[in-house]
Design a binder for this molecule. Structure first.
Ligand SMILES: Nc1nc2c(ncn2[C@@H]2O[C@H](COP(=O)(O)OP(=O)(O)O)[C@@H](O)[C@H]2O)c(=O)[nH]1
Ligand SMILES: [Mg+2]
Length: 324
């Protein structure tokens, strides 16, 4: 399941308390206060990683919590600081602190942001020692760590989007060229989920889920559109199972224009899919007919590795140009 938004509570660690203790030295009855300060609570921060699927791993978490600082120790020693918590989020995450309204956006790989500060450790009685108070009994508790609820939203910009009729082989193609685990076939019985894959650092999205759904009034709707609105390239899949490949192509173009005219203006290549089910003459004929569109045409079968390789190479070259 692909997760692109999440609401979660986070809490930084509390500071440890300071303690009251006294030095005991041989030969001396009383050697002064020696209660150490508490350790600081751990902080909570986020770091951007190249893993668009990572939010799914967090969807059952109720709270992210950094650990508390330890209480101070004898002989004036500090308690240990709590461990910081670093949460890995996909590049493109927008993190909103719902308490303060602060927003941070993780744009680059490795970028970090501090979300919540741990509480400072309290003071032990040694801290309160002075010329006028040589036997202080005072100590202070640690400060409470910050906490808030956060809304994490993944705003991906898909470089390319796959479109085509249901069963054209879009999900299959996405799966073989990226790390996506899109459901294949029997789309009528699966819920429509956005499918996104990482293609050498470019995001490729399975847009048609949206169009298929729109026709049946149950699409992903506009929420998913945010991932594809700035898409630079449409990869239009046409299956050789269609007797009328040009008709199949035009049906999707018409639907696309109705759905989102902005998307329809993007650059486009055509992929004739499932070449393994047709003979050479049929493939050639389909290709010739589709030449009318003046689009560049690729031919693939997911069962034919060389065809996938030359498709991948072609797409990465085109993406390098259109994204320049
Ligand atoms: N023979 C063959 N079948 C394919 C190929 N690509 C996809 N399929 C099958 O076509 C059906 C629809 O594929 P899917 O990827 O779900 O299409 P989508 O609806 O466009 O996402 C599935 O049963 C796939 O196994 C291919 O290259 N060759
Ligand atoms: Mg599909």
């Amino acid at each position: 399941m692909f997760v692109d938004e999440l609401k979660i509570k986070m809490k930084a660690g509390d500071g440890g308390r300071g303690i009251v203790a006294w030095l005991h030295e041989k030969g001396k009855e009383f050697s002064g206060p020696a209660g150490g300060d508490g350790g600081n609570g751990g902080s909570v921060s986020v770091r951007a990683v190249r893993d668009i699927g990572i939010l799914a791993k967090y969807r059952h978490e109720k709270e992210f919590r950094a650990s508390d600082g330890e209480a101070g120790k004898n002989k004036g020693m500090h308690g240990a600081n709590g461990k910081d918590l670093e949460i890995l989020l996909p590049i493109g995450s927008v993190v909103t602190n719902l308490r303060s309204g602060n927003v941070v956006e993780l744009v680059k790989e490795g970028e970090t942001a501090l979300l919540l500060r741990g509480g400072r450790g309290g003071f032990g009685n040694e801290h309160f020692k002075s010329s006028v108070n040589i036997t202080p009994y005072e100590w202070t508790p640690g400060k409470t760590g910050e906490e808030a609820e956060f809304f994490i939203e993944l705003r991906l910009v898909a470089a390319a989007g796959l479109i085509g009729l249901p069963n054209a082989g879009k999900s299959s193609l996405l799966n073989v060229i990226t790390n996506a685990e899109a459901k294949v076939g029997s789309y009528k019985f699966t819920t429509l989920e956005p499918n996104l894959g990482d293609f050498f650092g470019y995001i490729i999205a399975d847009i048609p889920g949206l169009i298929e759904g729109a026709a049946e009034g149950r699409g992903l709707g506009h929420k998913f559109l945010r991932h594809v609105r700035r898409t630079k390239l449409l990869i239009h899949c046409v299956s050789l199972e269609n007797e009328d490949v040009l008709g199949a192509y035009r049906a999707i173009r018409a639907e696309l224009e109705r759905y989102d005219a902005g998307l329809a203006e993007k650059g486009e290549v055509i992929v004739l899919t499932k070449t393994d089910i047709a003979d050479e003459a049929t493939v050639k004929k389909a290709e010739d007919i589709l030449k009318k569109t003046k689009r560049r045409i690729f031919k693939v079968s997911v069962l034919d590795d060389p065809s996938i390789k030359s498709f991948s190479d072609g797409i990465s070259k085109i993406l390098k140009v259109v994204l320049r």
